[in-house]
Structure formats: structure tokens, C-alpha cells
Design a protein around this ligand. Structure first.
Ligand SMILES: [Zn+2]
Ligand SMILES: [Zn+2]
Length: 240
């Protein structure tokens, strides 16, 4: 910071009056020199105060901006976590969604979108498998509560459209597996077609094993007959 010109002028005048002498007592300019010393001291003190105030004003005015800018810097330095996934489709999908190149043409972008959609479909298909271990672990924790309170109807006649109408009557499965809801009705149809259609098609007399129907001993001659019953009574429409 440049020195204050006024203070400098007073300083020069005082030096001239002192004439290189240290002692001023008894000198003809003693009064003026003492006055100058007082004036200089006052000016220096005021200037110090002004500088301090200006610095504080500047600091508190700019601090929030510096903080915001510093935050932005930190974000730029953020390191992407490595994609480490077991399911290949999920890993590929994450790669597409997270690390998309910047300079793609619209055709390339479209291709990437199609690929992402296809991967999502495959991934959804994979999710239908009932997680037997996980469900059993959760079921064990729930058992106590269930034994204590009879609660609502565990197997209502009207089912959810995403529940399998055959698994619900399979007493070899856990309660959670019997009442499992797939992510979409279509995924449940896939499961039904794959797991039950062949088996049901090979028996001569098929019956609805839903806990509510079992007592009635309902019998069906054809798979379509059974599907019709499931739709009418349980509210679950199966693929024809
Ligand atoms: Zn089933
Ligand atoms: Zn039934």
C-alpha cells in the first residue's frame, strides 16, 4: 500500500525542522516539531483503522462468494465411483448411464437409448426370481408377530394381479413366496407359463389349490377353464 502523501509531507517538514538532530528540547522549532509528531501519530492511527475496516468489509463481503467458489472446485474434483456390479446387464447399463461420451451424433445417441432400453428389459426379467434366502430370513423375523395376532385374511379370495395363482396354494413354499408379488403382471405370466403351464397341462384333472378353493374341491378339465376361474374368482388374468 503506498504511504499516505499527507503524512509524508508532515514527516518531511519535521525532518527539515529537526535538521538531523535527535534532541529537540530548547530548539527554536520545538513546539512545531511536537505538534507535527502528534499530527503524524494521529494520522497514522486513523489510517491503520481505515485499512483494518476496509479489509474487514472486503473480507465479509467476499467470504460467501469464496466459499461457494471453493465448493464448486470440490465438486469438480469429485471422483466418480468405480462401477462394480455383478449382473453384466446392470453393469453395462450403469456404464451407459454414467459414462456417456459427450460428442455423440443423434444416431449414436438413439442406438445407445435402444441398447439401454433392451438392457432394462433383460434386467427386469432377471428380477422376477424369488429371493428364497432373503425372504426366509425376513419371514423368520416376522413369524412371532404373526403368531400373536391372527390379523387380516392371509389368503383373500381376490388376489393381486401380480401374484401367481398357483404358487399361492403351494404349501411347500413359505408364506412370502406364496404371496409374492412380481414387479408387473407380465412378469408373473412369464413365471406361470414357465413353471406351471406344462405341469398343469399334463394332469387330467386340475384343481384350484388356492386355500379358499381347496375345500370346495373345484376341478377343471382344461387349462383355459382354470384360467377362466382364476380370472373370475381371484381377479388374476392370465395370458391365454
Ligand atoms: Zn407360481
Ligand atoms: Zn380358485
Amino acid at each position: 500500500m503506498p504511504p499516505d502523501p499527507e503524512t509524508e509531507k508532515l514527516d518531511t517538514e519535521r525532518a527539515r525542522l529537526k535538521g538531523g538532530q535527535y534532541r529537540i528540547k530548547g530548539s527554536e522549532n520545538e513546539d512545531r516539531i511536537r505538534e507535527l509528531t502528534r499530527l503524524i501519530a494521529a494520522k497514522v492511527a486513523r489510517r491503520k483503522n481505515d485499512i483494518r475496516r476496509a479489509y474487514r468489509e472486503d473480507y465479509f463481503y467476499n467470504r460467501p462468494t469464496w466459499d461457494v467458489e471453493a465448493n464448486g472446485q470440490e465438486e469438480r474434483e469429485y471422483i466418480e465411483p468405480a462401477i462394480d456390479l455383478y449382473i453384466p446387464e446392470r453393469a453395462q447399463l450403469a456404464e451407459i448411464l454414467c459414462n456417456q461420451p459427450d460428442n455423440l451424433s443423434s444416431t449414436e445417441l438413439l442406438e445407445l437409448r435402444i441398447l439401454a432400453a433392451e438392457l432394462m428389459v433383460v434386467l427386469c426379467g432377471k428380477r422376477e426370481t424369488v429371493k428364497r434366502n432373503r425372504i426366509q430370513r425376513r419371514a423368520r423375523a416376522d413369524v412371532k408377530v404373526k403368531e400373536e395376532s391372527p390379523g387380516p385374511d392371509l389368503f383373500p379370495l381376490l388376489m393381486d394381479r401380480k401374484q401367481c395363482p398357483h404358487c399361492i396354494g403351494d404349501e411347500t413354499l413359505s408364506f412370502e413366496e406364496r404371496t409374492f408379488k412380481y414387479c408387473r403382471p407380465a412378469v408373473m405370466y412369464d413365471h406361470f407359463d414357465r413353471k406351471h403351464t406344462q405341469q398343469l397341462g399334463s394332469v387330467k384333472q386340475m384343481s384350484c389349490n388356492h386355500p379358499k378353493c381347496r375345500e370346495e374341491a373345484l376341478e377343471f378339465k382344461h387349462l383355459n377353464h382354470f384360467k377362466n376361474h382364476v380370472e373370475q374368482v381371484h381377479g388374476v388374468k392370465l395370458r391365454a
